[in-house]
Design a protein around this ligand. Structure first.
Ligand code: SF4
Ligand code: SF4
Length: 81
């Protein structure tokens, strides 16, 4: 992750429900700031689930609309303080 992303205050965050994820990678390709990756671990279905890198999410929701699995992704938008 580059410093510009690292230093910017997060405007959102995303939670992955690992057991709902099929590891297709569509959200990872679609995420503009590239803050999603495939986890190295396997879920119960034998897929590598997507995982949030932990910072840099803008809350744009693109990953949510890209994901074909209902319930795999939840996007939260954060209020500026
Ligand atoms: S909400 Fe946007 S920035 Fe955040 S993980 Fe999803 S696609 Fe990436
Ligand atoms: S688009 Fe959905 S199913 Fe595909 S890797 Fe991302 S969270 Fe998993």
């Amino acid at each position: 992750m580059n410093n510009e992303i690292k230093n910017r205050e997060d405007r959102g965050r995303v939670e992955v429900s690992a057991e709902e994820c099929k590891g297709c990678g569509l959200c990872i390709e679609a995420c503009p700031p590239h803050v999603l990756e495939l986890s190295e671990r396997l879920n119960g279905h034998g897929y590598h689930p997507a995982a949030y890198l932990g910072s840099g999410c803008t809350g744009c929701g693109i990953c949510f609309y890209t994901c074909p699995e209902p319930g795999a992704l939840t996007v939260f938008t954060l209020q500026a303080t």
